[in-house]
Design a protein. Sequence first.
Length: 108
Amino acid sequence: MLVASLAGVIEVVSKAALARLRLPHHHDRMADFLTPTDLVGKLDVLRVACTKCERAGRYPIARLIETIGPNANLADWLSKITADCPRKIKNSYSDQCGALCPDLPKVL
C-alpha cells in the first residue's frame, strides 16, 4: 500500500514538473516527454549510467536521431536499452534498475 501511495505521489510531482518544463517541439506543441531533438545544441553525446552496477554507455545525439527518430521518447528508449538489466528482470521493488542519463539535469 505504501508503495502504491508513493508511486501516486511521484506521478503527481512528475506531471507537475513536466508541466513547468513545457518542452517545445518543432511543430509547436508542448511535449510531455524529452526527445533527441530537445538535446541538439545542448549535448553532443548522451551518457547513460547505472547507479547500482557498472553498466554505462555513450550515445551521440546525431546517431540517436538517425536510429530512434528525432521525436522519439527518450524515457521509452532508456527503458528499451535497459530491458536486459538483471534488476529489471527480477522486478523487485526494493532493488530497481538505477539507469539514468547523468548529463540531462545540466542542460534542462
